[in-house]
Structure formats: C-alpha cells, structure tokens
Ligand binder design. Structure first.
Ligand SMILES: NC(=O)c1ccc[n+]([C@@H]2O[C@H](COP(=O)([O-])OP(=O)(O)OC[C@H]3O[C@@H](n4cnc5c(N)ncnc54)[C@H](O)[C@@H]3O)[C@@H](O)[C@H]2O)c1
Ligand SMILES: O=c1ccn([C@@H]2O[C@H](COP(=O)(O)OP(=O)(O)O[C@H]3O[C@H](CO)[C@@H](O)[C@H](O)[C@H]3O)[C@@H](O)[C@H]2O)c(=O)[nH]1
Length: 465
C-alpha cells in the first residue's frame, strides 16, 4: 500500500482548516498543506495573533499553535501543494446556484470543477483525490471524467469522505467522530485507496467507526444525514407553534418524546429556525435531485422541511409585531446574537438575518450585539439580501459592543442566538434601562429558567404561552 507523506487540502474554510489541523495534530509524520485562492484567508491562518484566525472554534487555536509551520502549512500555492501530495482533499464551497439551470436549488459545482481541472493540469504522479465538500450524488463521476481525460498517464482514485462536523464543536467532533465515512470504487485500486485513507484516520479513530461504502452511498448519505437532522428541528418547531395555542410546553414535549429510545433526545430544541451554511443548501440540493429524477412526492416531502423553517422565522417576526400593538415603526429593538448558533462566528443563513430584515421592513430601529460577529459581517449579510440600499441599512442598524448600554430606551429585545453570556447579564438593570412595557422575545428559549416575568418583562418564550 502506498505510504502518505504529504497531504494537500484545497479550501482553507470552516471544514478544510479545522479538519487538516486535526489530521496534522494526530499524524505527526505527515505534512499537511492547506491551500486557498483567497490570500487574505491564508494570511489570517498564518497570522501571529492566534485570536485572529479566520475561524473561531473552541480548541482550534491551541492545535494550530502546536502544529503550524511544523507539519501544518497554509499557503496560496495551490499548484505546488497538489504536485507534491499523494492525497488531495477538496474542501471548497459548494453553495446553492444563484443563476441559470437549478438556480436557488442545485449545488453550484464551479469551484469543484476548477479544482479538478487544476489537479488534472498539475499532477505528474498518481494521486488519491478526496471529496470532502458536500456534493450531489454522482459528482465523483464528473470528477473522474475530467481527471481521466488528461492524457498524462497519471492515475487518480476518487473517494468520497464527507465531513459531519458541526460548527462550534468542530474540534471535538473531529477528534471523536460518531463515524468516518469513506466511499470509493470496489475495484482493487479503489479498495486500496479506501484503505490508505482509513489508515490516516486510524491514527485516532477506532477502526469500527470507519465505514467503507461505495462512492454513491457515501455522497448521498451526507445529504440525507443533514436532511434528517434539519427535519427534526422543523418537526419540533412545528409543534412549538401548536404549544403556543394549547398551553403545552415545548421543552416538556421534547423531553417526553425524546425519552423514547427510538426517538432519542438530540436535535429536539425548538428555535427561531435553523441556520448555517449546510442544512438549507443540502436539502435544496436533495429536493432538486429528487425532482430531476421525476420523484415529485419525494421532493415535496423534503421541501416541507424548508417551508416549515421559513414559517418559524416569519411567525417569530409576527409575534414581535403583534405583541407591540401591531406596530414597531420607529421602535428600538435590540438583537442579542447574530451567529447561526452559539460558539461560532459563522452567520451563513442565520435566522437573525431574515428576522432583522423583516423588522426593518416594518421601520424598526435595530441595534445588534453579538460577541463574535463583526460589524462588517452583519452589514454584508444584510446588504447581500438586497432588500434596501446598503446606506439605508447603515442608517437604520447599529452594531454595538456593549450589550447593556444598548438596552437604554429600547422597546424590546430579541434573543436570536443562544450565547451563554446572555444568561449572566444583569436583567434587572436591563429592565430599568428599557421603555415600558419592556418586551423580551426569546427565540432560543435561553431564559426559560430565569425570572424575567417576575422582574416585570413581557416575556415571550417560543413554544409556550
Ligand atoms: N461549514 C461546515 O460546518 C461544513 C460541515 C461539513 C461539510 N461542509 C461542506 O464542506 C464544504 C466546504 O465548506 P466550508 O464551510 O469549509 O466553506 P468555506 O466557504 O468556509 O471555505 C471554502 C474555501 O474554499 C476556497 N476555494 C474555493 N475555490 C477554490 C479553488 N479553486 N482553489 C482553492 N481554494 C478555493 C474559498 O476561497 C474558501 O476559503 C462545503 O461543501 C460544505 O457543504 C461544511
Ligand atoms: O435542536 C436543535 C439543533 C439545532 N438547531 C439549529 O440548527 C442549526 C444547525 O445546527 P448544527 O447542526 O448544530 O450546526 P451545523 O454546523 O450547521 O452542522 C450541521 O451541518 C454540518 C454541515 O453539513 C454537518 O456536518 C453537521 O453534522 C450538521 O449538524 C443551527 O441554527 C442550530 O441553532 C436547532 O434549532 N435545534
């Protein structure tokens, strides 16, 4: 079996960065080079201040500090790194298409194709190419077609090795994965390639957790895992609306059903809606594939997960408006949390973006505080929607650093990310700071066990009356 001395990963993002840092950490004899076409991102990974890595993940900076410039390198020399590596991971972004056929639904594979063409151009020796990005089922076929038509005599073995880490817990998920999935051809060279990759993971993952399948099962399983997880969130969110009409309490319902070992307790936390770069994109992709294959009922079934998620966000906005006497025009609304979940600075598809956009449509004045998200990012997210001019967004939204100060004369607070620090605030002072009646709209059920109502707040806790 070929030995691996050099690994390259194309894409230094939320997956490429942490995944390769952990491989470098666990496999000291392997040199790992993470490359990206974005020079700023690479400069940040190489920066002296480890608090300014491009990605915030608990435990990540410690690993980077230990391995960087020893066996972990970040570089913009994409071609050089491909050339010298026996194993090449592709971990570039695969966003939803924003143009042409499949617009708004299919995965945009232009970055993947570019990687394949670069590899085809550069490679002078046999390589194992690994799809780490989440891809539509049968993408490996397209990669194979590009790579096997180079005429250079170089052999490429293509594997699918989807990543299941969740943001905010990436390092822990990578160190202790439930499973590692490796899909590849069941030919002798395919089986060997799967074994080579398996050996890398076996440095720290028990062999019984490494699952080897055919390439199509692996690609499809990634989309299906995300669809099932998101479906649970949409299911419980749908029930949260019912709870608000029936005096049932969503946490009690979640607990009661989750104790059934066939259902299990995880992913049953009602919220203002799931966000993140993956769930919506991957379900849209699954729906697109099913529809393209003529499976209309299958497509409609999964599309409902997204429809319910959109409903949950708009239901939350409606609650903010109706509770405040049907108008929020000119009212000062403080937003606690912009990230799509706690412990990450990632804001992609965060519910906060859509909630705030809708509140701005009602002419509210918005003040945002998030402990990890920059002002620049918040405005970029709002501007990207294109609902109004960016100058208008800047006029109507303020991004603040002091979570207490901004509550002065506020009419309402909306909690949109479950950052732990919000729980430890001095809510009595916040109440005194605010206009009365002082409203708190808790989209994360974060303050469930606090005494906000006793303090005097009009407290809306999503999923209960
Ligand atoms: N974010 C997650 O938690 C997560 C988890 C599992 C799987 N995934 C999947 O992993 C993939 C990557 O996601 P991400 O969140 O890391 O994306 P990201 O946008 O954070 O990072 C992708 C990086 O790839 C770079 N890139 C694009 N084209 C390139 C090219 N031709 N050459 C070199 N660099 C190039 C971009 O500049 C960017 O820095 C996606 O398919 C995603 O669905 C993401
Ligand atoms: O009970 C729950 C669980 C999650 N969420 C929300 O769902 C979204 C996604 O959360 P999570 O899955 O924890 O984070 P991601 O980083 O998006 O991870 C998902 O998407 C990744 C990218 O594909 C996969 O690798 C992971 O396995 C999968 O969990 C977030 O907005 C959460 O707040 C809820 O509202 N209620």
């Amino acid at each position: 079996m070929r030995s691996v001395k050099n690994i390259c990963c194309i894409g230094a993002g939320y997956v490429g960065g942490p995944t390769m840092a952990v491989i470098a950490h666990e496999c000291p004899e392997i040199n790992v080079t993470v490359v990206d076409i974005n020079p700023e991102r690479i400069a940040q990974w190489n920066g002296d201040n480890l608090d300014e890595l491009p990605i915030y993940e608990p435990g990540l900076k410690e690993i980077v500090a230990k391995c960087r410039d020893k066996n972990l390198f970040f570089s913009t020399d994409v071609e050089g790194a491909i050339d010298k590596s026996e194993v090449v991971f592709i971990s570039v972004n695969t966003p939803t298409k924003t143009y042409g056929k499949g617009k708004g639904k299919a995965a945009d594979l232009k970055y993947i194709e570019l990687c394949a063409r670069t590899i085809a151009k550069v490679a002078k020796s046999d390589k194992i190419i690994i799809e780490k990005s989440t891809l539509p089922v049968r993408t490996a076929e397209a990669l194979k077609s590009i790579l096997s038509n180079t005429g250079s005599g170089v052999n490429f073995e293509i594997l699918s090795n989807p990543e299941f880490l969740a943001e905010g817990t990436a390092v822990n998920d990578l160190m202790n994965p439930d499973r590692v999935l490796i899909g590849g051809d069941n030919t002798p060279s395919g089986i060997e390639a799967k074994e080579v990759l398996s050996k890398i993971y076996e440095h720290w993952v028990p062999e019984e957790r490494i699952l080897k399948t055919n390439v199509w099962s692996s690609e499809l399983s990634k989309l299906v895992a995300n669809a099932f997880l998101a479906q649970r969130v949409s299911s419980i969110n749908s029930i949260s609306a019912l709870c608000e009409k029936t005096d049932a309490n969503i946490d009690e319902v979640s607990k009661a059903i989750g104790l059934d070992s066939r259902i299990g307790p995880k992913f049953l936390k009602a919220s203002v809606g799931f966000g993140g770069s993956c769930f919506q994109k991957d379900i849209l992709n699954l729906v697109y594939i099913a529809r393209s294959l003529g499976l209309t009922e299958v497509a409609d079934y999964w599309e409902q997960v997204i429809i319910m998620n959109d409903y949950q966000k708009s239901r939350f906005v409606d609650k903010i408006i109706t509770s405040q006497y049907n108008t929020i025009n000119g009212k000062r609304i403080v937003i606690y949390g912009w990230a799509f979940k706690k412990d990450t600075n990632d804001t992609r598809e965060s519910a906060a973006i859509y909630v705030v956009d809708a509140l701005l449509e009602e002419n509210a004045e918005i003040i945002v505080y998030d402990p990890k998200v920059s002002e620049e990012r918040i405005f970029a997210d709002l501007d990207y929607l294109g609902t109004r001019d960016s100058s208008e967004n800047r006029k109507r939204v303020t991004v603040a650093n002091d979570p207490m100060e901004i509550t002065k004369n506020a009419h309402a607070i909306a909690i949109l990310t479950e950052w732990d620090e919000f729980k430890s605030y001095d809510w009595k002072t916040i109440y005194e700071n605010m206009m009365k009646p002082a409203f708190v709209f808790d989209g994360r059920r974060l303050m469930t066990n606090s005494n906000l109502r006793q303090i005097g707040f009009e407290y809306y806790n999503l999923g209960e009356v």
